[in-house]
Design a protein around this ligand. Sequence first.
Ligand code: HEM
Length: 218
Amino acid sequence: MHLQDIFIAGTSTTADAMAWTMAEILNHPAIFKRVRQEIHDLTNGSGNNRLVEETDIPNLHYLQAVVKEALRLHPPVMAAPRVCREACRVGGFDIPKGVAVALNVYSITRDPDVWENPDEFSPERFLQGMVEKGFQANGFAAFGGGRRMCPGSNLAFTVICYAVAAMVQCFDWKVGNGEDGVRMEAGLGMTMSLAKPLVCLPLLQVCLDQFQMEASSL
Ligand code: HEM
């Protein structure tokens, strides 16, 4: 594996996941509000008013569930390649030794036998047990699985949660182009991204004092 592989594997995947997460919560204002409330409850205690920090992520369970649900519905890597080391039979198909196959991540994460209402954005499903099971849980294939599972999964998950938390805590977002909500079509590319880039205007909503304090101490 080369250093370049890590850049290729780790950059647009993470950016896509952030865009899909923001797109989903902008289309679901009640979920956006609940994420903001969770952050507020954690960061505004006993007269304290601070920006969310990376170390808060383990305590932001709903935020984690939201990011997982966005990864489940919109896995940036839609397929994970493998080569069969021995002849085998999968789902009634005979696969000879040496043949290249791909795990269809997209259909695993929307499998109706595993997920109730699989096409629905419902972060609550991860609060009912799945969130603790980690990324190898049955049906959560956004980071692949087994020995070749994504080695950047924990880093990516933390970065996405942190970025989304900061965007939700500090800004209201006006969806651009005068459209009613964000269009959720997927585009074609190396990774699965929004077909139309997410365009929205940030409107500063909290933390003005905090920003001014931090700016004046620079
Ligand atoms: C949301 C972000 C990301 C997603 C959805 C994602 C998803 C995946 C998937 C599905 C695989 C294939 C796993 C398999 O074959 O079972 C993979 C492999 C890989 N990922 Fe990620 N990834 C992400 C972020 C990252 C980051 C941040 C890094 C590095 C800093 C990274 C490094 C890699 C590498 C090196 C591999 C190849 C592993 C191997 O073949 O042994 N990924 N990723």
